[in-house]
Design a protein. Structure first.
Length: 64
């Protein structure tokens, strides 16, 4: 996906995804796809259990 963006000269944009606070045990389908495919630059989760399960995510605590 990144290669496609580079071909289209979309290098200046970043993708950030904040998982819903309702997702306690696992990521949503959108979050999981973005995480597994490496599409997001940063994935933020609001529960420490998710950070343990998905080490590349960033735990930020409650954002609401």
């Amino acid at each position: 996906m990144r290669e496609l963006c580079e071909v289209l000269v979309i290098r200046w944009s970043s993708v950030f995804y904040v998982e819903s606070i309702a997702r306690v045990r696992r990521l949503s389908l959108n979050g999981l796809l973005l995480y597994k495919l490496g599409i997001v630059d940063q994935l933020f989760v609001q529960w420490p259990q998710l950070k343990e399960k998905y080490p590349c995510a960033h735990y930020v605590g409650c954002l609401m």
